[in-house]
Design a binder for this molecule. Structure first.
Ligand SMILES: [Zn+2]
Length: 438
């Protein structure tokens, strides 16, 4: 996994820009029974494709343009974040089906049930906080996480991924389906120099985010790589796995711990044990069954990316819990020989699973935690989750790139705080500093 190699993005984790890519992986159990997938207000939404019985019978206009697109992953999953906003965070693969370059002039997210009016507020940022809204991360460009990897122009036959974070102040405003309206220009094509294309409705999942208990206790836990507005080392990952592009880490969190001064370790941080988070007891976030448990991999030195890992070793020592309802919690990079559960064990919320470590594809101790829709680390769509309760003490000032680099260098990380905020059933967002109590 060379640092300029596409495969470097496979890591479950915290991908460092250079020279190392940290993979913070942890699996968490769901603390609370997954919410019932009860009657959704969208269950009776009309079938967009059903024939109409009046007028000229035409259901919707047709438009030809060179760009085609489809959702990456198993669905569009809404989740309420710690900011109180409901987020639709998803990725769409765009391909230019013709042989001349096409430039995207605008992309609008629409509500088909409201006569295709724009819906929500769509905005995404690179790892350096550059605005990359409506741009495509091209497969033909080096796989960096800054704006240089994005473009509005897709060459003939080229492909790439566009990321979205469509947010709503009121969760009730989230539409039952969305569509995209793309204005595309291809000046070299004299017969069709431009086109405006609207895609058919794409259903928004009615599945509520699973509610969890915390994976550990204590204060000062930093969401160093998470959702939603930033396209960092987790959201950025859309690996081609077993023939499918997968957003396998789109809602994953890399947790590190800082002290009151904002430092992540004592000493020079070269030994994993010097990190404040190292050895933290990891607990089941919900009742479940252990379906994967790896325990004998060594810790890797902190501050550098390990070389020559196999795909099976990327998550390091890890535990996967089947929480039911098609949700699997994954805790990655655990300490050697610390995993205390075995495949087939039933666990209750709060049961001990093992200790936070630095094994696998990681550049510094952290817990990589995520919920997957399959018992797989890579061949899966990561799903959103919320904690039943947490206290958000502030937000890191540094962008995701700086958080990773500074934490490894031992630079104190600055926290911006307007006081502690109790959050009920919210998902920690990138840069949040979270406490779960003792
Ligand atoms: Zn991670």
């Amino acid at each position: 996994m060379g640092k300029n190699d596409d495969s470097a993005n496979t890591g479950l984790g915290w991908l460092m820009k250079t020279p190392g890519r940290v993979l913070l992986w942890a699996v968490a159990g769901l603390s609370v029974v997954p919410p019932a997938l009860g009657q959704s207000r969208c269950d009776n939404a009309p079938d967009y494709f059903a024939p109409v019985t009046s007028g000229d019978g035409q259901r919707y206009p047709l438009a030809i343009g060179p760009l085609v697109w489809h959702l990456v992953g198993s669905g569009v999953y809404p989740v309420k974040g710690s900011d109180g906003q409901t987020h639709l965070a998803f990725a769409v693969q765009f391909t230019n089906a013709w042989n001349l370059p096409a430039t995207i002039r605008s992309v609008e997210v629409l509500d088909p049930a409201q006569n295709n009016k724009p819906t929500g507020k769509n905005r995404v940022l690179s790892i350096k906080d550059e605005d990359v809204t409506g741009l495509v991360k091209l497969a033909s460009l080096p796989p960096g996480m800054d704006k240089a990897s994005y473009s509005a122009t897709i060459g003939g036959s080229a492909t790439g991924v566009m990321f979205f974070d469509v947010s709503y102040a009121d969760g009730e405003e989230v539409p039952c389906a969305i569509a995209l309206r793309v204005h595309e220009v291809q000046s070299e094509n004299k017969r069709l120099p431009e086109a405006t294309v609207v895609s058919p409705p794409l259903k928004v999942s009615g599945q509520a985010a699973i509610v969890l208990a915390p994976p550990f206790k204590g204060e000062g836990w930093v969401n160093a790589n998470g959702c939603c507005v930033e396209i960092g080392p987790h959201r950025f990952v859309t690996n081609p796995v077993n023939g499918t592009l997968q957003p396998s880490e789109q809602f994953a969190i890399d947790w590190i711990k800082i002290d009151k001064q904002g430092k992540a370790f004592r000493g020079d941080g070269k030994k994993p044990e010097e990190w404040l988070c190292y050895g933290a007891e990891l607990m089941a976030v919900a009742p479940g069954t252990v379906v994967e448990a790896t325990r004998d991999l060594p810790d890797v030195p902190a501050g550098e990316a390990p070389a020559n890992l196999t795909i099976a070793e990327i998550a390091g020592n890890h535990v996967t819990l089947d929480l039911g309802g098609g949700r699997y919690a994954i805790y990655a990079h655990m300490a050697p020989h610390s995993v205390t559960v075995h495949v087939g064990d039933r666990v209750k919320t709060g049961d001990k699973l093992g200790l936070l470590g630095n094994s696998g594809n990681t550049t510094g101790p952290h817990l990589h935690f995520q919920i997957s829709d399959r018992p797989s680390t890579l061949d899966t769509t990561a799903l959103p989750f919320v904690f039943e309760s947490m206290v958000v003490g502030g937000r890191m000032v540094a962008n995701l790139e700086e958080i990773e680099e500074d934490s490894i260098k031992g630079v104190a990380l600055k926290v911006e705080s307007k006081g502690e905020k109790a959050v009920v059933r919210g998902m920690p967002l990138s840069r949040d500093v979270v406490g779960f109590g003792e």
